[in-house]
Design a protein around this ligand. Structure first.
Ligand code: UP5
Ligand code: MG
Length: 195
């Protein structure tokens, strides 16, 4: 018999809402594969920015806190997922960013089994990003790019969440709380909806 396709969970939310943190916890608890779309793009851009015109442009876009081209992003995700044929589940961190990307994902890859929206106040997002910027050196953790990331998120979030709501696929969680509280809600949702 053919093997069932992996369960797919998408984690969305503003910059600093805890997408990476919670995605890794899900992957660990359920034995799922973890795919960070931001990280895929950052790695690729660092590797190719000096030798390739397309990627040097994308590096500039990402460093400014804007969104990379949709087709490139989907292609990267597709390539990554194709390397994970034996996964029982895949957690995708930080995708989609807008309705057009959501449609394209469904069209080219699959309909997700669950979408988790980490709803976080603007104040909290800023605090967390500032703190992380002091500890790590992500190219887009500078004040100007952070503003753009927040603004882009604000502009796209409402229609995106509504889109998944209409399909009955999304759960919205209060992500202002501490990591463990948020994760406890997420794992309850995953237990309920996926198993
Ligand atoms: N932290 C986390 N949870 C906490 C909690 N509950 N309480 C207190 N602290 C908490 O968390 C951020 C920080 O807060 C960490 O220090 C953490 O310890 C702490 P993290 O889990 O890193 O949050 P996350 O939501 O992952 O924040 P991130 O900055 O990664 O979000 P972005 O959406 O900005 O980043 P991403 O990597 O997804 O995208 C980056 C860029 O890639 C985009 O701006 C865009 O240019 C590009 N991109 C695309 O173009 N298309 C895509 O589809 C995806 C990305
Ligand atoms: Mg992240």
């Amino acid at each position: 018999p053919s093997r069932p396709r992996p369960k797919v969970i998408l984690i969305i939310g503003g910059p600093g809402s805890g997408k990476g943190t919670q995605s890794l916890k899900i992957a660990e608890r359920y034995g799922f594969e973890y795919v960070s779309v931001g990280e895929l793009l950052r790695k690729k851009m660092i590797h190719n920015a000096t030798s390739n015109r397309k990627w040097s442009l994308i590096a500039r876009i990402i460093t400014n806190g804007e969104l990379a081209p949709q087709e490139t992003t989907i292609t990267e995700i597709k390539q990554k997922i194709m390397k994970l044929p034996d996964a029982s589940g895949i957690v995708i961190d930080g995708f989609p960013r807008d309705v057009a990307q959501a449609l394209s994902f469904e069209d080219q890859i699959c309909t997700p089994d669950l979408v988790v929206f980490l709803a976080c106040s603007n104040q909290r997002l800023k605090e967390r990003l500032e703190k992380r910027a002091e500890q790590q050196g992500r190219p887009d953790d500078n004040p100007k790019a952070t503003e753009r990331r927040l603004a882009n998120f604000k502009q796209n979030a409402v229609p995106l969440v509504k889109y998944f709501q209409e399909k009955g696929l999304i759960v919205t969680l209060d992500a202002d709380r501490d990591e463990e509280e948020v994760f406890s809600d997420i794992s309850m949702m995953v237990d309920n909806k996926l198993f």
